[in-house]
Design a protein around this ligand. Sequence first.
Ligand code: SF4
Length: 382
Amino acid sequence: MNKIKNTLKIKGYDQFKCTADKCNFTCCRGWDINVDTKTYNKWREKDNLNYILDNVRFVKSYGENKYLIKKETKGGCPFLSNEGLCNIVINHGDEYLSSTCRTFPRIENDFEDVKELTLSCSCPEVVNIISDMKDKIYIDFNESLSYIEELGCLKIRESLVNILQKEDISIENKLIISYDMLFNMLNSDDLTYEDLIELLEKYKSKNYIKEELDKYKEYENKDTIGDLKEINSLFIDIIENYRNVSIFKEYLKDIYNFTEKISIKNLFKEWNNFKDLFKKYDNLIENCIVSKVLSNCTSDDLEEMIISFEIIILEYLLIRHALFLRYCINVTKEINIQEIKDYVVIFSRIIGNNSEAVIEFLLDMFESEILEFNYISALILS
Ligand code: SF4
């Protein structure tokens, strides 16, 4: 008999409501829509649904067979009506949607007898909910549930969240110290559960964090222009294939064209002013990062956990860089909260929800899925 699961939800979960045809970033455009095998078979088995299969393509990715919806030339789902509604729902009902379409932006993670429900920042309504939060984001926790104590990966996730939510430490330093903690685990041979708990315990102390951070002082302001150039190259390489996608064009094309023409050295004088302005939005950025950690850093394989966190760092770097370029273009020399929210959604889709392609990119560029600690630190601290 199936055990009844306790369900825990991320703060704001029940507030989510899809705005459908009023959404500027409809989830039916701009990325691959996966069709699960169960839904594919449902469409195949019923004669009146067979026509849907004409709009499905088959791909082999990392040895797995996958079905994807064939996109139209403008990157949209062929079932999206002119009014921005889904024709599969209109004609056949919700139960014939693929699991991705039915659940997005909800994310479910199952741990023994606990089900955690979180939300993806790829949806603008989710980012609106997070942006309205005055305090820190968390998953409702029931003290009587011991599942976190029993699973090493969740103890690691808990420590990441603790570090990311510490007061009086900059976001940049919190990302570095979190990555440092993961690397220390990776470099410890034969780490037992007890060793793990001992190591995680150290990162609860502000003094220990300060000592660790002091070790990385040498990266600070070493060659900031060089690091900014490096982020700029990453930015160009990564968004090259997305700048003409209809849903992203308005947000990416002008900054892409701008960055191709300018010299980063000449923009450098704007960098510190920009960083001071960006700091004002630390609360929103921190809550988005923590929300991603809660949803994605759940693997019991340490390397997978590190890759998930590294992808969150990459998203942060690209959001910050896109906003820097937007700030340089804006004659008013300002950034506004709507621009931040838009880029959180865009890079959650380009990077976070596209992890297989990002990993392939990292392997091509750096011959490793896990980037060196010194490299990542320098980019964060630029
Ligand atoms: S992105 Fe979010 S708000 Fe927009 S259509 Fe999809 S689920 Fe609805």
